[in-house]
Design a protein around this ligand. Structure first.
Ligand code: SF4
Ligand code: SF4
Ligand code: SF4
Ligand code: FES
Length: 849
């Protein structure tokens, strides 16, 4: 579908079809579809200003009037539903006159600066003046007007010029319907009406700079500063946001090789045309002056960096790796890939380790975020991934959020979730923090907030399941039909134990038993219950146990295998799912197959023409420990800043200092690079081809919109290093890497760039059975056959407060920044936060004696 075509009003879901005639053309649409949309489908375009198909119709501009045979008056086509047998005319002398009159009024109060206006040629008001044939304004331009209204330039990314506003309210509705922030209103009445951000400048208002209003505005009232500065784009390339696990699809709008605007793609499967401040506006880091574009080497970390050619850098790195392996053994080297990288980059990283280094010492940053998800879900339901697509939330009746803050961490998905909550879905939040969805979001209030003590997740999930089982609220039919009988019986015995009752866990968790009981009942009694969780679950010592506890809860309530339910890990970074899928763990080859499995090894050994070690390699913590003990001497680290983001910084930097060759591949000289001997400059997401896989298992294309500033895409650098080490790689394009993944990985069997180009995105598994992918998993049976319940014994965390360490510290995301801020700190997002913040939450935490 052409994502530029605007049908005027959104599609309407209905089983019933109606047929009508518009300007002599028969058209069949679903019942409830507006006349405007029906006309558009028939190829007839009706003039419009206040309507756009991302928003519900409003009917304020009166430009879209039509005539209906046998009916009096001139109804607005955007608010009039189509019905069987209607005969509609969109053109007549009377309609032309009415429309001209409307346009005259608008234009008489509009600055006539089209030639110098930043959106000249890209303005709906201008288009409509042309469409209705406006040639003159009978009222003149001297009457009362708004032309002196003050421009608001407070937002770093867009301006608001009220002198150009036609008060169509599209911005207000976009903020409400699409974003769910309700920052804008129309103040005043009649001629005095004006758009207001709560009578404040945008920067001081509730606005979260998602840009939905800017996109919705049909005039130059709300426009991007980048468009004011550079003018309108001349071409666009569809690509994927490189920030978070929502995986929003964008059109990079270009002038030559310069990005002038990022516009969310209406056809994006994850975002449906919406975005957050990071994806839409915070791409300035890609051209930031801090970027290093030349390879560098140095013998010691106390020396200064020496700029060298690519040949020299690659050859030096390869010779060091070989020297170290010769001296300290094959296992003395390893690599860390990153969830910031594309699937193709991660795949070649684990391949260079397994085939080039000859060991399995490959790990990824998902080690410290979502590896418990992979393990916990694989064990219980058979696949290391979330069960649903984002759209599924629109069918949920009760939503449980555990250890996640979607409005800050996954903002575009949060907007969809907020829409469902405003429609009446119930909400249970389990988090020590009072996240905005608890009671700080317009028209949303959590039904229950279980503000637990950090570290007591497992006690809470067990108690919820205990109540459900004890009070007879489980879905026995689902359990009997879909789950393993034996494991269920053992689990039932465990969960019924009074130690798991809310009364028993209350003292430890801080959650009053009656509150927990009510929340458990709500979750079990609603038809469709979905669970969304984040790092508050996985970044704990009992992360895997909690994931299994969540899976147990979903199974015992029958909430898997259809729309509106499911187990939904909200993956942090853009490609956490993909980096795990691609075999970047030391014990697993791509597709989560254990290195000890003979058949899997044989498959890869034959394709790669090499021997693969059957022993799992070192994880990140093992690499660091072994570096300190003198056994691990060289690390190749791509796209991850372990010195800044991994726990226990002193330990990490001590380990890095103990190595003889640290190779960092990144956009910037990050903290880890302070301990590096070789620096390979990386390429930004705008400079390479590849794919990212988001939290819904959705594989989306990353497309090169400009040449890499360093000369190479990141996978090419790894390939050059591999060739220099003596293990040949000969990919000519990232698509060839994906072809190899598809050839060797059953869940990716049907994936290709050609298919991605055709479908837009694909949710794996994509194979002969599901050639276009799988939005909802485990529909008739679990991937592992029967679902397996696991005992989830609660073990109190060792990280308790005491006199020496009186505070529990935990991390959380903020909307404007991403992770360690390597990218967002190099954008104007610093307007919102220019340094990290520590927020104190008072809890009734007992001190350890
Ligand atoms: S940028 Fe987003 S949050 Fe801000 S006013 Fe516009 S729609 Fe609302
Ligand atoms: S700012 Fe734009 S979208 Fe909002 S009312 Fe004015 S013209 Fe319409
Ligand atoms: S929600 Fe995530 S993927 Fe979407 S624009 Fe924001 S940061 Fe990018
Ligand atoms: S487009 Fe229908 S009234 Fe404005």
């Amino acid at each position: 579908m052409d994502d530029l075509k605007d049908f005027g009003t959104p599609p309407v879901n209905s089983e019933k079809l109606v047929t009508l005639k518009i300007d002599g053309i028969d058209v069949t649409v679903t019942e409830g579809t507006s006349l405007m949309r029906a006309a558009s489908i028939a190829g007839v375009s009706v003039p419009k200003l206040c309507a756009t198909d991302s928003l519900e119709p409003f009917g304020s501009c009166r430009l879209c009037l039509v005539e209906i045979e046998g009916k009096r008056g001139y109804p607005a086509s955007c608010t009039t539903p189509a019905s069987d047998g209607l005969v509609v005319s969109t053109q007549s002398p009377k309609l032309a006159n009415l429309r001209k009159g409307v346009m005259e009024l608008y234009i008489s109060d509009h600055p006539l600066d089209c030639l110098t206006c930043a959106t000249n040629g890209d303005c709906e008001l201008q288009d409509m003046a042309g469409a209705v044939g406006l040639r003159d304004v009978r009222y003149g331009y001297e009457g009362e007007n708004h032309l002196d209204s003050k421009k608001d330039e407070s937002n770093p990314y867009f301006t608001f010029d009220p002198s150009k506003c036609i008060v169509c309210s599209r911005c207000v509705r976009a903020c409400e319907e699409t974003q769910g922030t309700f920052a804008l209103t129309i103040d005043g009445r009649g001629f005095e009406s004006k758009v207001s951000a709560g009578n404040k400048d945008f920067i001081d208002s509730e606005c979260v700079s998602c840009g939905a209003c800017v996109q919705a505005c049909p005039t130059a009232t709300l426009i991007e500063k980048s468009i004011e500065e550079h003018g309108t784009p001349e071409r666009k390339v569809t690509t994927t946001c490189a920030y978070c696990g929502v995986g929003c699809s964008f059109n990079a709008e270009m002038q030559g090789d310069k990005v002038v605007r990022m516009t969310p793609n209406k056809n994006g499967g994850a975002n449906h045309g919406h975005s957050c401040v990071k994806g839409r506006f915070a791409w300035g880091y890609t051209t930031h002056k801090d970027r290093i574009n030349t390879p560098m080497i140095r013998k010691s970390i106390n020396d200064s960096w020496q700029k060298v050619s690519w040949e020299e850098a690659i050859s030096y790195a390869a010779s060091e790796i070989k020297r170290i392996q010769k001296k300290y053994g094959a296992n003395s080297v390893g690599a860390i890939s990153s969830s910031r990288c594309t699937n193709e980059e991660v795949y070649v990283m684990q391949k260079i380790v397994r085939a080039g280094f000859g060991n399995n010492n490959i790990d990824t940053c998902a080690r410290v975020c979502h590896s418990p998800t992979g393990y916990g879900l694989k064990q219980t339901i058979g696949e290391s991934a979330g069960t649903q697509n984002f759209d599924s939330v629109m069918e949920s009746d009760v939503i449980m959020i555990v250890g996640a803050n979607p409005t800050d961490g996954h903002p575009v998905f949060a907007s969809q979730m907020k829409k469902r909550l405003r429609q009446g879905a119930k909400l249970i939040v389990i988090d020590p923090r009072e996240i905005d969805l608890v009671d700080n979001t317009p028209h949303i209030k959590a039904d229950y907030h279980l503000k637990l003590q950090p570290g007591t997740n497992v006690a809470i999930i067990n108690s919820i399941a205990h109540v459900i089982v004890e009070e007879g609220l489980s879905d026995q039919g689902f359990v009997k039909e879909r789950c393993e009988d034996e494991s269920f019986k053992i689990w039932l015995n465990f969960i019924k134990d009074p130690k798991n009752s809310p009364e028993s866990t209350e003292a430890e968790s801080g959650i009053p038993a009656d509150l927990l009981r009510k929340a458990a009942r709500l979750f079990a009694n609603e038809k469709n219950g979905s669970i969304y969780y984040g790092l508050g679950v996985t970044e704990h010592s009992q992360g895997s146990t909690m994931v299994m506890g969540i899976a147990n809860l979903a199974m015992v309530t029958g909430n898997v295998g259809r729309e509106g339910v499911g187990i939904n890990p909200l993956r942090g970074q853009n490609n956490v799912q993909g980096s795990c899928d691609m075999g970047s763990f030391p014990h697993e080859l791509p597709g989560y197959r254990h290195v000890s499995d003979l058949a899997t090894r044989a498959l890869f050994e034959s394709a790669w023409n090499t021997k693969i070690d059957d022993e799992p390699g070192l994880r990140i913590p093992n690499m660091l420990d072994e570096a300190i003990s003198g056994k691990f001497k060289s690390l190749y680290c791509e796209g991850e800043d372990i010195a800044q983001s991994d726990p226990d910084t002193q330990h990490v930097t001590h380990a890095l200092e103990s190595m003889e060759c640290v190779i960092v591949q990144d956009l910037f000289l990050n903290e880890t690079a302070m301990y590096a001997h070789v620096f390979f400059p990386g390429s930004s997401f705008l400079e390479k081809n590849g794919t990212f896989t988001n939290a819904e298992r959705r594989i989306s294309r990353v497309r090169k919109v400009m040449a890499p500033k360093n000369g190479y895409e990141d996978w090419e650098i790894t390939q050059m290093l591999s060739n220099a080490l003596g293990y040949p790689m000969k990919y000519k394009h990232a698509s060839e890497i994906m072809d190899e993944v598809a050839q060797l990985t059953p869940t990716f069997k049907g994936v290709s760039y050609e298919k991605l180009d055709k479908l837009g995105s694909i949710q794996w598994p994509c194979n002969d059975e599901h050639p276009e992918g799988t939005p909802t998993m485990h529909v008739d049976e679990f991937v592992r056959g029967k679902g397996k319940f696991f005992i989830t014994e609660y073990v109190p965390t060792a990280e308790k407060v005491n006199n020496k360490f009186p505070l529990i510290m935990t991390t959380g995301r903020i909307l404007a920044h991403y992770n360690v801020g390597a990218q967002t700190r190099r954008t104007k997002n610093t307007v919102w936060h220019d340094e990290d913040l520590m927020k104190f939450i008072l809890m009734m935490q007992r001190k350890e004696e």
